[in-house]
Each structure stands twice: as C-alpha cells, then as structure tokens.
Design a protein around this ligand. Sequence first.
Ligand SMILES: Cc1ncc(COP(=O)(O)O)c(C=O)c1O
Length: 422
Amino acid sequence: MNLLAAALERWQLAPDGGATTVLQDLAARHGTPLYLYSGPLIERQVAELRAELPRDLALLYAVKANPHPAVLHRLVPWIDGCDVTSVAEIALALQAGVAGTALSVAGPGKSNAELAAAIDADALIVLESLAEARRLAALAGGGVRPRVALRINPPFTLAADARMGGGPRKFGVDSEHAPAVLAALGTLPLAFEGFHVYAGSRCLDAWALAEAQRATLRLACALAPHAPSPVRLLNLGGGLGVPCFWGEAPVALATLGDALRGLAGDAARRLPGARLALELGRYLVGEAGVYLTRVVERKVSRGIVFLIVDGGAHHHWHATGALEGRRHLHYPLAVLGAAGRAVERVSVVGPLCAPHDTWAEDIALPVAVPGDLVAVFQSGAYGASASPQGFLGKPPAAEQLIDWPATCGTELHPQDEENKHA
Ligand SMILES: Cc1ncc(COP(=O)(O)O)c(C=O)c1O
C-alpha cells in the first residue's frame, strides 16, 4: 500500500466521506494552519510497540519530538519516563505527571541551569563529557549525589538518515576514552547507574536497528568492568523512523521485537541487574499528526500551476525547507473533499518569501481552488516545535489533540500490567 493510502486508512478518511468533514469542521473551528494530533492513534502506536517489547524494557518518550502538553499527558500512562533536554522540557514532563526520577536528561553542552533543574528533579543525568561530570559534581556541592549515566560515542553508527554515532561527534564520550572517564567518575560524588548510546535517528530497517542494539550491548559489556559500580541501566537509544516519503516502508516491528527479546536474554546473562531502555520520539507520535493548510491562491507561472497555501516551512520545516534539493520527495498529502474532480499536475507552496518554502513540486492532485484544505500526513513529530515559527512574523500554527478517529482504539489499555511494564 502506498504511503498516502495508508495514511488515509489510518485516519479513516474516504476521499470525500464523512470523516473528511470531521477534519474540515475542525479546521473551520480552530482556523488554519492547524496541527491535529490523534490521541487514539498515539495510544494504538504505543500499545502495538509495547506488545513486541521485552516485558521489563523501559520505554522513554523523547519530548523533543512533540512537546505539546496534551500530547504528553496522553502518552504518560503508556510510557516509563521521558528523555528531556532543557529546563522547559523538564517542567513540561513534570507537569504532565512524569516522576522526576523517571526523567533522563541528555544533550551536549548542558547549561548550569539545566543541570540544576535535573538535580532538583532527581532525574538521571546523561553525561556527555568528563568536563560536564566535574561541573555537575561542583554544582551539586557534595550534599546530594546526582544520578548519572555515561553517554558513549560508539565506534559504529546506525545506518540511518541521521547518524549520531561513529566518527568524531559532539555527543558523548568516545568509546576508546570511556575506561579512563569511568575511572575518573569513580572519584566524583556522583551515583553511577549505567550507559547511554544513541547511534542514529530515522531508521526504517529493523535489521540495522537490531544490529546497532547488539553492538551497544557488546560495548556496554566491554566497558562494565571499568565502571565505578554495577551497571543498572543500558539505554539502547532508539532511532526508529516513520515512513514519510514515497517508497519507504514502516519498521518491521515483529522482526525488531524478536531481536530485542533475544537481546534482553543476553543482557540478563551478561549484565545481570541492568535494565534495558529505549527512547523514542518520532516513532510514537509521527504518524498520529496531520497538518491542515488552506489554499489561498492558484497561480500559473510559465505553464506551472502553483497552489499557494497558508502554511509553510515556518511551521513544518522537515516537510518543506529541509527538502531543498530533494525535488521528488514530499510528505503524503491530499486535497480534502476533492474526490471526483479532474486531476492536474501542480506545485504546492507556502506563503513565505523563500523559494525553499515548497511542500511538493510537480505532483498529481485533484484540481484545488482557494478555500480547499490540503492535509499533510505523518506530521506528528518535529513539526511546530522544530520549525522557525517566528520567521517573517507570520502567526504560529494552532495545535489540537483530538479524540478521533475514535474507533481505531485498541483493546490494549495502559493500566493493564501486561502492556505497561512500570
Ligand atoms: C539522544 C536522543 N534521544 C532521542 C531522540 C529522539 O529521536 P527520534 O525522535 O528520532 O526517535 C534523539 C533525536 O535526535 C536524540 O538525540
């Protein structure tokens, strides 16, 4: 099934059916441009993932993917904690009901204010360097021993779109220097809990993900004898992508689940007492968001039809500006309520005075007129909060969590201990 057909099915949208009217009504009520996040789709995604994960693996949500408070609230019953990177994200997670001890604070170059907020919350602080460890110990002042994990820059990378391990990186401590750093950590008033490895993002290949996870366990086992205390946590990172472009297919979840359950068995033997964790952002929320933007004008320039819509790169950078030079790539998009109309080739562009503000070039769409709604699917992650919303002084996008499509709810339930491994 192609990506657009899968998205329409996920959102229970017939091209001109009643459900399309639901989105049209929401756009009329909240205005456009508008991000809609589906609570039931988020829950279904997490439930389906959890059903494949080893029972006691901790699932963290990477708040950076979508920090909307209503989204966080919705996720909290389904997850074991959050990966956060700033004072604001720490506060958001706490307000959403996540325990401070369930926060994992990661990111290179943490400010003293961020370290202090993490200490106050009794969060796990993922150290990215020895200098940061020393700064943290000085800030804590001896009265408390902050909980820490050491982030390792592994000698491998995840074969993914965004590589974050291997090679020279700003993230973590190079694996070859980790034994010396671990020895130094033992001299500081810090409570060491384990390791964190994050090798890449946006990977759709279950085999590559599993191989990176196995390599992470091997690395942790090699480093464990150098650690100041037994390893109680191994954060495997994450990196599961969602398909956004033509030809991409979802991660084969059953394959990954099999591999992870095998890995959990190995870890129990080789690192007894260590809990495995995954931290995922886009995989949990990416497919549960749709961005609605309205056609403002049709314009023909030298034979090319441009549909100028009211939303653009300032709201959804990854679906527009980030595609510059990638001409034939575009997120799955549809004109709502246009079934039965003739089809034409158009370019869909935003309202910014910037040529990269382009949703799609030269694609086939039903003829659209001013006032029509264009829906951009796969828009739940790295949208509103990861885009330059202040650019040109245009208003920000509205964001709403909705309880629709209601019937996509799963029988799984967060309170069911079979599904939530708290
Ligand atoms: C350390 C870390 N954890 C988690 C994430 C979340 O990644 P994703 O949203 O691709 O799952 C990122 C993304 O860059 C990251 O750097």
